[in-house]
Design a protein around this ligand. Structure first.
Ligand SMILES: *[C@@H]1O[C@H](CO)[C@@H](O)[C@H](O)[C@H]1NC(C)=O
Ligand SMILES: *[C@@H]1O[C@H](CO)[C@@H](O)[C@H](O)[C@H]1NC(C)=O
Ligand SMILES: *[C@@H]1O[C@H](CO)[C@@H](O)[C@H](O)[C@H]1NC(C)=O
Ligand SMILES: *[C@@H]1O[C@H](CO)[C@@H](O)[C@H](O)[C@H]1NC(C)=O
Ligand SMILES: *[C@@H]1O[C@H](CO)[C@@H](O)[C@H](O)[C@H]1NC(C)=O
Length: 421
């Protein structure tokens, strides 16, 4: 065998198949409240489509009851093997039984709201972790035809958001459908509405950000959990919202070196909650300690702005590249690794008629709220998070600002040499 043929054989048989994809994440606002979308190409001909980023949802949902035009879309028939598979993956409501769904024309009903499963073409750009590359089409992408995103956004932003992108633990989540290495995806949410952040699917490394920093070298890891019955020992009825989600265990919250023990509480990571939510007891302990520490730092309190409890006059607060200088918060994970939260992620600036304040971006979940802690979008901005459901780990960077980069610094110039093989 000639060396070149040998090389060709080596190339064909030794090279692992490679498929990793990338999509921009955009920050938007409705009435000053932020939300985040993933942009991808849907339908034939392809339409750029913004889907609400929902890491907990087990499938993608698109508002397609009216005005959905695509030459490749088709509903999934009720008695098809795909519909049976959706059912065995428990994505289908109990109401879906073949005899009663005549109302939706023999389609595969996927939720109690008469939403049905659809298949259409979806396209994403390949990536090597440095640039986006060629578009790859997934002709049989499965989603549900429903208004879930409108419900989550309370009917607002309908013009921008066509549905939601489900990144939860399921065989029909977006990562599972687009990647051979479905167990890993990463998010880097930008804090700026004018410069998008980035999502990677099926890529565990590298993640390059200008000026040439590979963030995969700066991740700390902690065990990642998904819902299973009994995960919440203090809960009788477990809602759908709890079932859809990724969790970590947080041991304590440290404020300027003063620890508040929270006893390894399950903490949900959420891209649909704008701010961190704490159960009442934890909320009180955190705000009392933060207030005490802010007094020693001579921050001047002002009347709080809803939904927040602690606000400070912006005038007296020093700003650095890590945001306003306020008491530093650290989350200590079950395995003792630490997620450091600086002012940029812990505080929001509120400017309104004669008011200019920094408020602690944490809200009160109420007595006994479950999960006891939800880490929301504002706290995730300019942090890279790697969800690896195969290894059951969450990798997190803490703020990228400490490395003098940002989630908006991914190079979105297309390099067509990058493709799946
Ligand atoms: C239907 O979709 C088209 C193309 O996206 C858009 O221009 C039009 O405004 C939409 N109509 C309604 C009623 O939403
Ligand atoms: C469903 O499909 C199976 C296998 O193709 C067939 O035997 C059965 O009759 C179908 N049932 C209905 C109600 O169409
Ligand atoms: C999900 O996919 C995996 C891998 O293909 C398979 O082993 C598993 O049985 C599927 N789960 C369900 C509930 O179908
Ligand atoms: C697939 O994911 C696993 C787990 O993160 C990783 O170890 C492996 O290198 C990945 N393979 C490819 C081809 O990306
Ligand atoms: C972005 O990527 C393109 C394509 O690979 C490259 O030509 C360009 O130099 C990169 N820009 C920066 C600022 O690194």
């Amino acid at each position: 065998m000639s060396p070149s043929i040998l090389l060709l054989f080596l190339f064909l048989f030794v090279t692992p198949s490679f498929s990793a994809f990338v999509a921009p994440i955009t920050k938007h606002h409705v009435h000053n409240t932020p939300f985040y979308t993933l942009k991808l190409q849907l339908k034939t001909p392809m339409q750029p489509t913004f889907l609400l980023l929902h890491i907990g949802a087990t499938y993608t949902a698109v508002n397609c009851h009216s005005n959905y035009t695509s030459t490749t879309s088709r509903p999934v028939p009720c008695n098809s093997s795909l519909c049976h598979s959706l059912r065995s993956n428990q994505l289908i409501s109990k109401k879906c039984d073949i005899t009663t769904n005549a109302a939706v024309g023999g389609n595969c009903v996927i939720s109690p709201h008469k939403s049905f499963a659809m298949v259409d073409s979806l396209a994403l750009q390949a990536t090597d972790g440095r640039n986006p590359g060629k578009l790859t089409t997934f002709p049989e992408f499965v989603f549900t035809c429903s208004d879930e995103s409108s419900r989550l956004l309370k009917g607002r932003a309908k013009k921008v958001v066509a549905g939601l992108a489900g990144l939860g633990v399921s065989n029909y989540s977006l990562p599972a459908q687009v990647s051979t290495n479905s167990s890993v995806f990463s998010l880097c949410i930008s804090g700026s509405p004018s410069a998008p952040g980035v999502a990677f699917f099926g890529l565990d490394k590298p993640y390059y950000f200008f000026p040439g920093l590979d963030v995969s070298n700066h991740l700390s890891y902690t065990p990642l959990f998904s819902y299973h019955p009994g995960i919440f020992t203090n809960r009788k009825t477990e809602t759908k919202q709890l079932k859809d989600g990724y969790y970590i265990k947080v041991k304590s919250i440290i404020i300027n070196g003063k620890p508040i023990n929270i006893n390894q509480k399950l903490t949900m990571i959420s891209t649909t909650n704008p701010y961190t939510v704490l159960e009442r007891t934890i909320f009180r302990a955190v705000t009392v300690e933060f207030k005490k520490e802010s007094r020693t730092m001579k921050l001047k309190s002002v009347k709080p702005v809803k939904p927040f409890k602690l606000c400070y006059e912006a005038d007296g607060v020093l700003e650095t590249h890590l945001g306003p200088t306020v008491p530093q918060i650290k989350l200590v994970m079950q395995n003792d690794v630490v997620w450091r939260v600086f002012g940029k992620n812990s505080m929001v600036r509120i400017v309104d008629e004669g008011l200019d304040a920094w408020c602690l971006a944490v809200v009160d979940g109420g007595v006994g709220s479950v999960p006891a802690m939800v880490i929301g979008g504002h706290q995730l901005e300019d942090n890279l998070l790697q969800f690896d459901y195969g290894k059951k780990t969450l990798g997190f960077s803490s703020t990228l600002l400490q490395y003098k980069t940002l989630c908006a610094n991914f190079n979105f110039s297309t390099n067509n040499a990058i493709k799946v093989f």
